[in-house]
Design a protein around this ligand. Sequence first.
Ligand SMILES: [Zn+2]
Length: 379
Amino acid sequence: MLQFSSSRRYQICNRCLMDTSDPEIAFDEHGNCNHCNRYFVRVDEEVRRGPEAELALEALVERIVKEGKGKDYDCIAGVSGGVDSTFVIYKLKQLGLRPLAVHFDNGWNSELAVANIKNALDRLQIDLHTDVVDWEEFRDLQLSFLKASVPNCEIPTDHAITATLVKTARRNRVRYVVNGSNVVTEGILPISWVYYSHDLHHIRAIHRQFGRVPLKTFPQVSLASFSARILSGSYKMVNLLNYVEYDKAKAVQTMKRELNWQYYGGKHYESIYTRWYQGYYLPTKFGFDKRRAHLSALVCAGQLSREQGIVELVKNPYADNDLDQDMDFVVKKFGLDRGQLQHLIDKPNKKHTDYSNRNNFIEGLSGLRSYLRNRAKSV
Ligand SMILES: [Zn+2]
């Protein structure tokens, strides 16, 4: 059911792997797409290299250490058990920082994810704070997104992770929150596929229409409060991997060797829901494959050839996992049967902006942040 892209002639970028499965993709006169063009601008603006990176990182670490004096921890680091966040805590320890690791447990962790988090934190001697979601509430919210028939059904999890980080940072009087987001391996992701997870108004609108269980304990942070914290500097997101040489394959080798970390067979596959959602739900219902964006970023980073990327994309996303087993797990956990789940998949596809949202505000804010960042660089 390729409703978003059916009216457009197929085209794939000459440089990366992005194609018209993003309905909003645009190509320039060389056949390069807006995503890889933007990727290289972002690398220039946000990624630090060589001596400049070392100096900036040194200054950052100094500030974090200084502000952390007398406190139990000097920074907060979200951990999912995945490659990026695990590599971040490994680096933080190398830099001599004292992070508190924070994990949001949404009930979908694979056993391997739990083991990977435990192994890494034990070896690095880092404390862990885990927030476990109320499953009845969370189930209702996740189902609301499936019923709304919008592409990003991971917004409830992503929002709760941010809210949990904000809350934990405030409680520990720490303002540096270090994460694994980075331009080099993640700098391509069409907004039409993901929308914005910090739009609490949007989350509530969808839940109001499709949910039944009141959200009493679900971690939430309003857009106004979050924006105010970011703009005032009382909450500082540090994208650490933009400061270090980040080669994904090398990072995986280091973590296997040093932290006894094991690979999941796909990006974000540490969660069974994410594995099912990215590997089956999105390609089947919406006709796009998030691997296309992830692999495109690696192609632009020079960490993968375009030809290798095409070979990867031809492979079934479920090649290394058992789809039937995951389908049974998802259905059972939601308390549905296969027919009910199929009914949700068959509903007509919607865009996030078909529901009440704060899209304009968020895009204005992101423009403001980029303006402030560039102005700070030029003075
Ligand atoms: Zn491209």
